[in-house]
Design a binder for this molecule. Structure first.
Ligand code: NOJ
Length: 978
């Protein structure tokens, strides 16, 4: 195809090289022309027009969708019925089967299909062989649980409506209105979510293409058979048909064999002013208005069409590399959500309006309603309504459906050193040695595309990497790992075994003919794409990762999946044509946003299966979808060495965390460009709080490993990285707990303080899981102070010197010179850490712990600590330690939270010497001044140990230290301070 493209367009290789070179050039701005705006995306434009018509003719126009009452049936938690759509130009009624599943979790799932397409009663154009149905497999990729049906009963039913009670003790209600079809979801007697309340529901039904003579219609003129808008019946309004059958963008024409088939619906949250989610976008956590009142910040809807957006811009609803179509609406005391399960290109408009103008929201506390309009190009309509009522419950129910992050190996949450590229194996070894020389910890070094022979993945460039195993052996000596990149494009080169097999086994994505392998351009030049929707491709792909097959890989080699949107340099919008064909006969348009996930899932499974005794894999992905969080970490793609990118990385990572994807981070230092020493230092100070911590840099940038910065920068960066390592017990525990509950690992203010209205849109400071640690990174040049907002009445303490920060509902200005990280501890928590500096996390395995007990105003604190071997699955068989610490009535106790299994005993034995070497009590009461000892009870034995009390000065809290209490991390014990 690329060759054809090259021949057809007459573009010379020189031009191609200019294009490729532009990818290497210095910082610039996104090329807007490469990506569609809503009015260049036919279905988005049509649906916005549809909404406009509905709005403009509100008095006379009604949604043409009506529920056929006799078809309504409710059985075993599932309501089925048929929706009838009336048409403007025919008396035929389009049948749309409806299913509403009332799930045990209290979630309601609404699915709408189209009978004709379902039954294959449509004609495809251009002799296409693709599937006739609406794409209905998104759930197979995204959903892993939570679908058990719950109890539901009909409370009332008449001609106009059916009311179903469901959820916990039947406390939720769905008011299903028949004509037009719409649903109001109620909780506690109030409407929280409304579907199709505005009447923007639109399922573009199948119709044959009718060649119409082009007629000129003068403005205001009414054609025969048409009615004026004001007299129009309840039928689908007139819309722009010009993009129904073909659509051209950037020189590529989309053949659209199934014609128009978009699905759209308005989802309103009456009384909710704030909406969050639908990552990934480079903007604030609190989503902005995209239409409406006139003072909206954006005039484009938020777009989700996974794309390689070169030099993406800040504060923008433009699409990025991954999509999670899950939104939550929040107000004081309540959070609700909608999960729009669709893998096709999707746009979301957001409008906020005063409740006074909207009778729907009467009786709610906020005076603002948020109305959203979801528009997808294809697929069945499949939306989950989540009724909360808290942020915690919303994320729990969402991750019950799509899965939680799997427990990563420990090294994966430590520091990763990457650049494009470490150029030889000697270079890698040298970097490894330099880190040691400067006493800077790191766990993983990364290889970008240049390590391969001519961008042929699963090979090594023999000139530059003659001894990959020797290199990895050196890394292994300090328990360090290697991550190598494997991209989804496969170089089209005869004799390259991967390419040969891909072709001979017929495992690649096809072009629109459905017969020919699709060809496009990516890093290797002419390439094909493995189709990981195909189970045979996935099986084959797995084989490529076997040590025997990928020579030079070792047990400490892990994988980075990039360019899996997929990025195609000469494709429309830098990706594949939508009419490409995947396994099962689906068009690429149907599943574009899921594509990246199929690839990283295959990588993860391959890593899992390469060892006889499986070890926890690590795979990083750039492209993702709902469910990606289960198996991969992600990063926010090609950012820039610019302060605005550092600042925006924080809401971006928070947005991913509250959308169920905790293992996320941004390139520390910025990918494009050369950061100043100050920016690089500040980026490390922020980056140590990303759940995924990796420094990365473009091939054109200067080297910037932390030891190169010079003093004071190297020292400050080293301190920051050591802080990350010291707090690894907190991070690891957070990952474990998140793997159980789906809870975000970094948490915005609204999540932690859901009733604090002032803090709802704060997205530049955040908490680390449930540890009580609160950070606010400096993200502006020359800044030496930060304003930290404190939501609650608890006292907070500076992590390093125990200065007291208190006062609810206000900003507190704190000094933040370059060498200072703003990290506070909220009263009421116990923070486990390891204070001995080591070269890598693996070498900290048996190091002793320090517990920092930060008492609240009532003298209480608690916390948890999870430990396992950091790499195997033995933890599933009980080889782990999970403790709860509590300080109450002057006594600190450690209790067991873990469940035992067949490997518990052996593991506890291996950890039996790991001690708590120190307990620090912050805000230690003054009565302790005279106390010189505390008593320790462990294994029925009582001992005494010394207590050292330090007086605070009013601004700083008093604190006390118990040195070496002689207690072990895997045992139950208590320390009595009374
Ligand atoms: C694009 C990725 O986003 C970037 O991180 C990587 O360095 C380049 N591809 C080269 O592989």
């Amino acid at each position: 195809m690329a060759a054809i493209w090259y021949r057809q367009t007459g573009v010379s290789l020189v031009v191609l090289w200019v294009f490729l070179l532009s990818l290497f050039s210095a910082i610039g701005a996104v090329k807007h022309g490469d990506f569609k705006k809503c009015d260049q995306s036919g279905f988005c434009k049509r649906n916005r027009q549809y909404a406009d018509t509905a709005k403009a003719t509100a008095n006379s126009w009604a949604s043409p969708y009506k529920l056929d009452q006799p078809t309504i049936k409710l059985q075993n938690g599932k309501l089925t019925a048929t929706i009838l759509k009336s048409l403007e130009d025919s008396t035929e009624l389009v049948k749309l089967p409806l299913t509403v599943s009332f799930l045990k979790s209290g979630v309601a799932r609404i699915e709408i299909d189209e009978e004709k397409r379902q039954k294959g009663l449509i004609e495809l154009r251009h002799g296409s062989k693709v599937r006739k149905e609406r794409y209905n497999e998104a759930a197979d990729w995204a959903i892993v649980g939570g679908l058990d049906l719950g109890a539901a009963k009909i409370k009332a039913s008449d001609k106009t409506q059916t009311v179903v009670q469901f959820g916990p003790d039947y406390t939720y209600e769905a008011y299903i209105y028949h004509n037009p079809f719409r649903v109001d979801f109620m909780r506690d007697g109030k409407v929280h979510v409304k579907l199709n309340g505005k009447g923007y529901m639109n399922m573009e039904h199948w119709r044959p293409k009718i060649e119409k003579p082009i007629e000129e219609v003068k403005e205001g003129e009414v054609k025969e058979g048409e009615t004026k808008e004001s007299e129009a019946p309840a039928v689908e309004p007139s819309i722009d048909e010009s993009t129904w059958w073909e659509e051209t963008f950037g020189g590529n024409t989309d053949s659209k064999p199934r014609g128009p088939e978009s699905v759209a619906m308005d989802i309103a949250f009456p009384g909710y002013e704030y909406v969050f989610g639908i990552p990934s976008h480079a903007g604030p956590l609190s989503l902005r208005e995209t239409r409406g009142g006139g003072d909206e910040k954006y005039d484009e809807p938020y777009r989700m069409y996974n794309s390689d957006v070169f030099e993406y811009e800040m504060d923008s609803p433009m699409t990025l590399y991954g999509a999670i179509p899950f939104m939550q609406a929040h107000r004081k005391n309540s959070t609700v959500g909608a999960f729009w399960l669709n893998g096709a290109e999707t746009w979301v408009d957001i409008v906020k309006s005063k409740s006074g103008s909207n009778p729907l929201s009467l009786g709610t506390s906020s005076s603002i309603d948020t109305e959203t309009h979801w528009i997808s190009e294809t697929g069945v309509l499949d939306v989950f309504v989540l009724l909360g009522p808290s942020p915690k419950e919303i994320i729990k129910t969402y991750t019950d459906l799509t899965g939680t992050t799997s427990m990563p190996p420990q090294f994966a949450i430590a520091y990763h050193q990457c650049r494009w590229n470490y150029v030889t194996d000697e270079d890698v070894k040298d970097v490894d040695r330099k880190f040691d020389k400067f006493n800077i910890p790191f766990d993983v070094i990364w290889l970008d595309i240049e390590y391969t022979e001519g961008k042929k993945y699963f090979t090594w460039d023999k000139q530059t990497f003659p001894d990959p195993l020797g290199m990895q052996k050196q890394l292994d000596a300090h328990d360090r790992k290697l991550v190598a990149i494997i991209d989804p494009h496969i170089k089209n080169a005869a004799g390259y075994h991967v390419s040969d097999e891909l072709k001979s086994k017929d495992l690649a994505v096809k072009d629109k003919s459905g017969d020919n392998i699709y060809q496009g351009w990516c890093w290797p030049g002419d390439s094909h794409w493995s189709d990981c929707f195909n189970p045979t491709t996935r099986k084959w792909f797995e084989g490529l990762f076997k040590y025997k097959s990928w020579e030079g890989s070792a047990t400490n080699t892990f994988v980075w999946n990039d360019m899996n949107e997929p990025s195609v340099f000469n494709g429309p919008e830098v990706t594949m044509p939508k009419d490409n064909v995947h396994y099962g006969g689906w068009e690429h348009r149907d599943l574009h946003n899921i594509n990246g996930m199929t690839f990283h899932n295959a990588t993860y499974t391959a890593l899992l299966n390469r060892d006889k005794v499986p070890k926890r894999p690590f795979a990083l992905t750039r492209s993702f979808f709902a469910g990606s969080q289960r198996l991969s970490a992600m990063w926010t793609g090609d950012n820039q060495a610019d302060w605005s990118h550092l600042a925006t990385s924080i809401p971006m990572v928070l947005s991913l965390n509250i959308a169920g994807y905790p293992f996320s981070g941004a390139d520390v230092g910025g990918f494009f460009g050369n950061p100043s020493s100050e920016l690089l230092t500040r980026w490390y100070q922020a980056g140590i709080f990303y759940p995924f911590l990796r420094a990365h840099a473009h091939i054109d940038t200067r080297r910037r490993e932390p030891y190169l910065s010079g003093e004071p920068y190297t020292g400050i960066i080293t301190k920051a990285l050591r802080l990350r390592y010291s707090l690894l017990p907190v991070w690891y525990t957070a990952f474990y707990e998140s793997s159980k509950t789906g809870a975000p690992i970094v948490r915005p203010n609204y999540y932690v303080h859901p009733d604090d209205e002032t803090g709802f849109d704060i997205d530049d400071q955040f908490y680390i899981a449930g540890s009580g640690l609160l950070t606010k990174p400096v993200t502006a040049e020359g800044e030496t102070k930060v304003d930290v907002y404190i939501a609650d009445n608890e006292r907070y303490y500076d992590y390093f010197d125990y200065s007291i920060i208190a006062g609810a509902g206000e900003d507190h200005t704190l000094d933040a010179p370059l060498d200072k990280i703003t990290l506070l501890m909220q009263g009421g928590h116990i923070i486990p850490r390891k204070d001995r500096p080591r070269r890598s996390s693996g070498l900290m395995k048996y190091d002793p712990y320090t517990l920092v007990v930060v008492l609240d105003s009532k003298g209480y604190a608690n916390g948890t600590l999870y430990i396992d071997d950091g790499e195997s699955y033995d933890f599933v068989d009980g080889a782990h330690i999970y403790r709860s610490f509590e300080f109450k009535d002057n006594k600190l106790t450690s209790d067991n939270l873990s469940t035992s299994g067949r490997k518990t005993k052996e593991y506890l034995k291996s950890m039996s010497k790991v001690r708590i070497e120190r307990v620090i009590v912050v805000t230690a009461p003054s009565e302790w001044e005279s106390r010189k000892e505390v008593s320790v009870l462990q294994d029925g034995k009582k001992t005494k140990t010394q207590l050292f009390w330090h007086k605070g000065d009013g601004k700083k809290a008093s604190w006390a230290v118990v040195g070496n209490p002689g207690v072990f991390v895997g045992s139950s014990w208590s320390i009595d301070f009374s």
